[in-house]
Design a binder for this molecule. Structure first.
Ligand code: WT7
Length: 646
């Protein structure tokens, strides 16, 4: 991959932080120097952000790689750090969560409220026989009880496994079985696109296959009818609500398992990514402070992710609450009841920091500039992006139309496995280039290597690696140490690097550009071309809202570029015009063989484009596994479109 990638987008726009932002930033350039001088001392200092019952004896034990231990000998309680200590500091009356239900109901939950509810839930779980080390599955909509359930588990040392509420019965039962969970916490349902959407029936079906489940704790949210299994099922409002709100948080070892979160994996069995306590909370808390520049007294922070993804774990629950943030939590979809819902929420709560995903940003751009323009977004001072490479034009749109052309935009790269942000600008320090995650955070070592594991120079491309252990790193794959070694540590074993599975390049200034999963690289006439870059070139055409590019087998070129394109609302453009635009932007070698206009793209429930399915279409094959698809109807529409034009 190294000598190729010669047709890169050359992005020369740069956006330094506004002077007043830089002057007041939580973290300055000195942090890079400090971490470079002594990485472990740097992380030990960040760990002091937390309250420890017992301080550690050793910052990092890396004597048995790749199995890391951070803050060895230290003990702490995660819920204590997210709640009790804020009460002790006199912030009990401060709002922790401004919760907004999809139908328009809302709740303001203070730190004192949250603490009391978490204590009640911790007492309830204990009454149900859950003890430290037991696993609890959480299958909930975006309601405050989701955060309460996670914190209650953390408080008693139970390891939670949150399963996204949009997942099927098989996904749920597979995850319950893999972790041998004892209890499931769920709800009758949640609101989605204006309607109640049931969860309990899925749990009933899943649990029928899971003998380890002893109890099912059910939150009443929608009031839908539910089937009830006496002796197994319990209502939250009859148990948690009546439990004592006194609960003393116990210390747990820094390496005590905090949670398991499954990553889908395209074909194989999902991997149960295991995160532990001290290192995870240290990095979640520090990165939230550094990257989002959170001022707990004045900021209103909003991360639009679902709690079922790692983004929700680290940047709705553990990062913000450990930092005493006031945040918004929203139950529903961005287009219910109208396409301005997000901006209405920003206006209503005076949101100052917004963290969302490129897929959402491109959708908003497609819906039109006039929608956010109807709302007062002047409270916003910082925008963040996560989940996929953000195309430079989407970045510009976000800054312009949401950030009023004033706000820094931080593109944050990380993974379920990394637990917290790894590569990102610091908003008060870095001059950002639209579409680049710029560089590793202080205390993090990341680089780009070629096939042989050699670090490439500026202008080179290859594989993203993490060259040093980091506090919030996954500790293993639950129950499968060998798979942990094989998946992440064997590709560059000689060098001891963690292989992230992403392609990346360094530009001439050494800034990092993430190019998507390595499987998403095309080989056209011997040239490696990243799908991300062709997609960005297409999106830079004024008529294009979104695109997905795949490499399809081609008799002459090996692979050929095939693009699927969604045009903006009223825009029009011909196939030939877009092909020429790509050739002009990136070079003729990247010119798509074919462009298909579509109205939707197949995406996972977390918003990632499923290029694998588009490749099946481009190569005229039967579709592979579609179970992680958000909307199954999309593929049919695309197939119909293909058959009428090709
Ligand atoms: C994969 C991890 C990190 C929380 C949400 C996703 C892609 C993530 C970026 C970014 C380019 C990104 C990578 C990564 N990714 N953020 N800022 N720029 N790519 O967590 O589901 O574990 O996915 O998402 O391909 O490996 P995840």
């Amino acid at each position: 991959m190294s000598e190729t990638l010669e047709n890169l987008l050359s992005e020369d726009r740069q956006f330094p932080p506004p002077a007043d932002f830089a002057a007041n930033a939580n973290v300055t350039a000195a942090a890079y120097d400090e971490a470079a001088a002594d990485r472990l001392a740097f992380w030990a200092k960040q760990a002091q952000r937390l309250d420890w019952f017992q301080e550690w004896d050793q910052v990092l034990d890396w004597s048995n790689p790749p199995f890391a231990k951070w803050f060895v000998g230290g003990t702490l309680n995660v819920a204590y750090n997210c709640l009790d200590r804020h009460l002790a500091a006199g912030n009990g009356d401060k709002v922790a969560i401004h919760w907004e239900g999809e139908p328009g109901d809302s709740r303001a939950i203070t730190y004192a409220d949250l603490h009391a509810e978490v204590c009640r839930a911790a007492n309830t779980l204990t009454d149900l026989g859950v003890t430290a080390g037991d696993r609890v599955a959480i299958y909930l909509p975006m309601i405050p009880e989701a955060a309460v359930a996670m914190l209650a588990c953390a408080r008693i040392g139970a390891t939670h496994s949150v399963v996204f509420g949009g997942f099927s019965k098989d996904a749920l039962s597979g995850r319950i079985k893999d972790a041998s969970a004892k209890v499931v916490i769920t709800a009758d349902g949640g609101f989605r696109r204006g309607n109640p959407s049931a969860l309990k029936p899925t749990v009933d079906e899943a649990v029928a296959e899971c003998p380890t489940i002893e109890k099912v704790l059910v939150v009443r949210r929608t009031g839908q009818d539910v089937d009830w299994t006496e002796g197994r099922d319990l209502w939250w409002h009859e148990t948690v609500a009546t439990a004592s709100d006194k609960h003393e948080a116990q210390p747990f070892d820094a390496e005590h398992p905090l949670f398991i979160l499954y990553t889908s994996g395209t074909t194989a069995k999902p991997k149960g990514i295991l995160h532990t306590t001290g290192g995870y909370l240290t990095q979640a808390s520090y990165t939230h402070h550094a990257v989002f520049d959170l001022k707990p007294e004045t900021d209103v922070y909003w991360c639009t992710a679902d709690i079922g993804w790692v983004t929700g774990h680290s940047y709705i629950v553990y990062g913000p609450l450990s930092n005493g943030a006031t945040q918004v939590m929203y139950e529903g979809t961005p287009d219910t009841p109208h396409r301005g819902r997000f901006w209405e929420i920003v206006q209503k709560y005076g949101v100052t920091i917004l963290y969302t995903a490129p897929t959402a940003i491109r959708t908003f751009a497609k819906w039109g500039d006039d929608i956010p323009a109807q709302f007062d977004l002047s409270s916003l001072r910082l925008l963040g992006s996560v989940g996929e490479p953000i195309n430079p034009e989407a970045w510009m749109w976000y800054r312009e139309h949401i950030g009023g052309g004033r706000t820094p935009v931080v593109d944050t790269w990380w993974q379920t496995e990394t637990g917290a942000i790894m590569i990102s600008p610091l908003p008060g320090v870095t001059a950002c280039k639209p579409g680049s995650a710029m560089g590793p955070l202080p205390g993090i070592a990341a680089d780009v290597v070629n096939d042989a594991g050699q670090i490439v120079g500026n202008g080179g491309g290859g594989y993203l690696v993490l060259n040093e252990p980091w506090p919030s790193m996954l500790r293993t794959i639950w129950g499968d140490d060998q798979r942990f070694i094989d998946t992440y540590w064997s590709r560059f074993a000689e060098h001891g690097y963690y292989f992230a599975g992403d392609g990346a390049k360094k530009d001439d200034d050494g800034a990092l550009w993430l190019l998507g999963r390595v499987d998403d690289v095309m080989l056209v006439s011997g040239h490696n071309i990243s799908t991300t870059e062709v997609e960005s070139a297409l999106v830079s055409h004024p008529a294009v809202a979104e695109s997905a590019v795949v490499g399809a087998t081609d008799p002459t070129t090996g692979q050929a570029v095939v693009a699927f394109v969604i045009l903006k609302g009223n825009a029009s453009a011909s196939e030939a015009e877009l092909k020429d635009h790509v050739a002009k932007t990136l070079g003729p070698i990247c010119k798509p063989r074919q462009i298909q206009f579509v109205s939707e793209l197949p995406k996972t429930r977390s918003g990632k484009i499923m290029r694998r399915l588009l490749k099946d279409i481009a190569e005229k094959r039967a579709l592979g596994d579609v179970t992680t698809l958000q909307d199954a109807g999309v593929m049919q529409l695309i197939q119909q479109g293909m058959s009428t034009t090709s």
